[in-house]
Design a protein around this ligand. Sequence first.
Ligand code: FAD
Ligand code: SIN
Length: 579
Amino acid sequence: MTTPPTPAPLERRRAPGPGAVPGGRSTAAPARLIVVGSGITGLYAALLAADSGAEVVLLSKGRLRESNTWYAQGGISAVLDGPAPGDTVAAHIADTLRAGAGHCNEEAVRLMCTEGRRDIVGLQRFGVHFDAADGGPALGLEAAHSAPRILHAGGDATGAKVAAALIRSVLDRQSDGILTVRTFAHATSLLQHNGRVTGVEFLQDGNRATVHGDAVLLATGGAGQLFAQTTNPTVATADGLALAVRAGAAPTDLEFFQFHPTCLVSTPPSGRAAAPGLDQAPLLISEAVRGEGAVLVDGNGKRFMRAYHPDAELAPRDVVSRSIALHLAKLGDPNGHVYLDARVIESIKGPGFLARRFPTLTQRTLGAGIDWTRELVPVAPAAHYWMGGVATDLHGRTTVPGLYAAGEVACTGAQGANRLASNSLLEGLVFGRRAVEDFLAGSPTGPSAPDAWETDTVPEPFERSVTEPAPFSRDGLRQLMTAKAGVLRDGVLLSEAGETLDRWAAVVRPERVPAGGDVREHEDRNLLLAAQLLVAAAQERIESLGAHYRSDSPADAAGISDGFEETSRMRLKASLVHD
Ligand code: FAD
Ligand code: SIN
């Protein structure tokens, strides 16, 4: 196998660019930062670092646009200088803490909500334009927000618009020779010297290559591919978490995986076929649609959310997802789906509103054979966002010197046990920037003091004794995780999941990096390792909290009305392996 040389050093001592971080590193030779991932976190951090004079190498495992970020619809929450009447940063903080079910790191939330406006300006500097109304930014409302504060772009195409602008800026800097981009560069492990991360090994065109630097920022996003139904694209395979854990970094809060309540169930109604040639990626129906007034109904046409939570369809996301699951179980159809009724929006706001406000969703639902101005949209919960991840402090530092993590791969504690809508893009911006600031300040990138860390004990995934090997497949893993560690869990399901995962692990050995150059094999091991860690963490937390809902623990702890305890205590055979 050939090993391409480390990229040539970039031009040194440049004047700071427009996105420069104030007070950046002033050493004669710029330090080199390796950024892994090209979602909002990696792109924004790479731009800030490059404009501040650092050498930046940006690796991404596919094309630059392949990320969760690209698919983000609803937008970015932020309280700006001209907020909606009555809205304040304090209200945004309070909403985030409430949605997070009392499990947030309050300082992380405070930083995210107060500093976010700065990064919105930062995005605009890199060419991002948000939708406007009445001379100011148009502000959307989403579930569990007490005021409209969601900035969006292209109506429901926020992620694509933001990412496209950042990618343009990154490519401009590559043309100017101040940033190196490597696409289809799949990071497979972290290089270490004397306990410090000093680079990344990656696969490109089937070849193994390495890049060395002063620090690595993991911005590899999430892991929706752990589950059979997910809103996430195929790149979301828990790579960053697996790389970090193998390098000795502590993960935390892995039991908290958020399921978005309204992902289109692909079977079109009335047996109609989807239009040919359309993107078959999962279609999330943005919470912003419920923010505009859409409601959920069951197969009998009955609106059911009010019976589960006083805020009905605008209750926190974890509550809505598990209410759907519990309601379906109660109706005897645990693997079924419910319907989103968006017709009510047009009846209030007039014909054409849906197409104007949600152009992408209008086109994609039509492509799936559904005219949502006249028909109900079949929806069910799908794996969406991992609150847990690589533990970091408020500067993106992990427990391993030289290794930063930010965005969905990281866990600052800002999202608690259940993320508030549209706070993820915001977190990626704020903590991606804070990591770059720390790097530029020449920090040793290690924990300042051991007691500064409040992380879970790293679950030991390989301790159970294993007997017979069983065949592993990615599909099998995804089905298992959905059925036994999904929206509704209990001790029995989790222990069954753990045993199967361990049997697979005894054969697949996910704690090791595969020797070969097959990217899928690397992803499979990463998924298996992440699944083991998630299930171990879920077994350890015996009470329900936020998105971690155990039907063998009291229901009132999970934000659902007492009247449904009976349903919640039902032993659920399977959770939402919907058709
Ligand atoms: P990502 O955007 O996922 O980027 C990760 C990057 O890392 C990708 O480029 C990927 O290819 C790369 N990568 C992964 N592994 C490797 C590897 N081994 N080697 C090299 N590169 C690698 N959040 C909001 O705040 N508002 C919304 O409106 C919103 N809507 C959403 C809608 C959908 C359909 C989805 C799926 C998510 C949505 N979210 C939303 C969540 C949000 O989009 C993500 O949490 C956020 O974009 C994560 O950003 P990130 O930069 O951390 O990771
Ligand atoms: C959505 O638009 O519903 C997704 C928003 C989010 O994940 O924050």
